[in-house]
Design a protein around this ligand. Structure first.
Ligand code: PMP
Length: 444
């Protein structure tokens, strides 16, 4: 049995009623998990990339229980999705209530209160709130939101070209995949993707101004520039402070729409509703999904009113803005607004200072960085920690799992820490102790 810190959680923690974590009984995967993994790999798509054999039975707050009864502390939140924690009682209640009233009627064809309420709420928290009115188009996922944003940008501007950045991840549908430039494996064998998409170096405008706009095409051909205010899958890269404001200026100068992909960084994860707000930048379009509905499939294309002027029939979706998902999103936003965004700031500061302190002891750690609870650090080797060490990164993540801590990789050699925004200090402490021990064991 592996149980560090033996139950350090305060008894009143509303979100942890399945018990404290980590608590790993035996070698993983356990017998039931092993059997299910065997059934899964025999039938599901081999494209799934499972980091480790976690087979989940249920989860609450920041605690995940597998089908053998092992409990894990969740520093991954289903890829930064379970914003309010797993199965928050208020989110569950909202889902159950809505499901009993209305599950589907199609928001593209008819009206219902919960979709309007959510759109109004998103208008109230949009980066331009108070200055501009908002329009919202609802989707089912991040990729679909990006897809809709590409269509809207072309439709609105009458221009065809799109610029995205190296290291970007915007999704896997044919349009959003064309913008993705994170790992070539994600594109290999799928082309041709949509044409007239170009990539530039992230964090600087030199490539756009000095290369694309001089050697490849005039700026007047560009409909939109898509940017993650903090790159997610590409490695939790935070751009230099001047980057987003300069990009905003460039877009204004050339009549280009600035589209912020806040699918991973939005909904309070970084301690503000949107990561672009850390740099006081107001984009024209915000793409949201992931944390928006705490795990229910919902995306939102949120634009300044003037941008979304396509006519009836130009865009639509059968499931987009599903009532149950909208109810979950309203509950999520309420909770994030209530205390979780503030908690993300506090807990994020604790994590970052602990990581800095750990990096003094562990020579395999470098470049810890983050905002709120969107935090990453790199695993490296070499005298000056100058070489990436993805093999060790992967082994660290595996060993953390063996000891009951769920982590996810991103970029070439990064470990990300993206727990639910409700995580408490005791849980952060235990999780980082586990990480510390794993680094001490493997990182010598
Ligand atoms: N954009 C960003 C920034 C993302 O992180 C992701 C998902 N990792 C997507 C788009 C695509 O979202 P989905 O998987 O819901 O299609």
């Amino acid at each position: 049995m592996f149980s560090p810190g033996s139950n350090p959680l305060p008894a009143e923690q509303e979100n942890d009623w399945i018990g404290p974590a980590p608590q790993v009984m035996d070698a993983l995967p356990g017998p039931k998990a092993e059997q299910l993994v065997r059934r899964d790999v025999a039938i599901t798509s081999p494209s799934n990339t499972r980091e480790y054999a976690l087979v989940v039975k249920r989860a609450r707050g920041s605690v995940v229980e597998d089908i053998d009864g092992n409990r894990f502390l969740d520093f991954a939140a289903g890829i930064a999705v379970c914003a309010t924690g797993h199965c928050h009682p208020k989110v569950v209640e909202a889902i159950q209530k809505q499901a009993a009233d209305l599950i589907h009627i199609c928001g593209s064809d008819f009206y219902y209160p919960v979709m309007v309420e959510l759109a109004e709420k998103l208008g109230a928290i949009a980066p331009w709130a108070g200055q501009d009115k908002t329009r919202v188009y609802f989707t089912n996922s991040g990729s679909e939101t990006i897809e809709a944003a590409i269509k809207l940008a072309r439709h609105k501007t009458g221009r065809k070209r799109i610029i995205a950045f190296h290291g970007a991840f915007h999704g896997r549908t044919m349009g959003s995949l064309a913008l993705t430039a994170s790992k070539f494996k994600q594109k290999l064998g799928f082309g041709p993707l949509i044409p007239m998409v170009s990539h530039a170096e992230y964090g600087t405008l030199d490539d756009i101004a000095g290369n694309l706009f001089t050697r490849h095409f005039p700026s007047e051909e560009v409909a939109a520039i898509f940017v993650e205010p903090i790159q997610g899958e590409g490695g939790y890269n935070i751009p230099p402070k001047e980057f987003l404001p300069a990009l905003r200026q460039l877009c204004d100068k050339h009549g280009i729409l600035m589209v912020a992909d806040e699918i991973q960084s939005g909904i309070g994860r970084t301690g503000k509703w949107w990561a672009c707000q850390h740099d006081d930048v107001i984009p024209d379009v915000v793409c949201s999904a992931k944390g928006l509905a705490s795990g229910m499939p919902l995306g939102a294309l949120i634009t300044k009113e003037s941008v979304m002027n396509w006519p009836p029939g130009a865009q639509g979706s059968t499931f987009g803005g599903n009532p149950v998902c909208c109810a979950a999103a309203l509950a999520t936003i309420g909770l994030v607004e209530g205390s979780y965004m503030e908690n993300a700031v506090k807990m994020g500061e604790i994590v970052q200072s602990r990581l800095r302190e750990m990096a003094e002891r562990h020579r395999c750690m470098a470049r810890s960085r983050g905002r709120g609870l969107m935090i990453g650090f790199d695993i490296v080797r070499g005298k000056n920690r100058e070489q990436n060490n993805p093999d060790l990164r992967n082994r660290i993540i595996q060993e953390a799992f063996n000891r009951g801590l769920l982590l996810l990789p991103c970029g070439e050699t990064t470990i990300r820490i993206t727990p639910p925004l409700c995580i408490n200090e005791a849980q952060i402490d235990v999780g980082l102790k586990v990480l510390d021990e794993v680094l001490a064991t493997l990182g010598k």
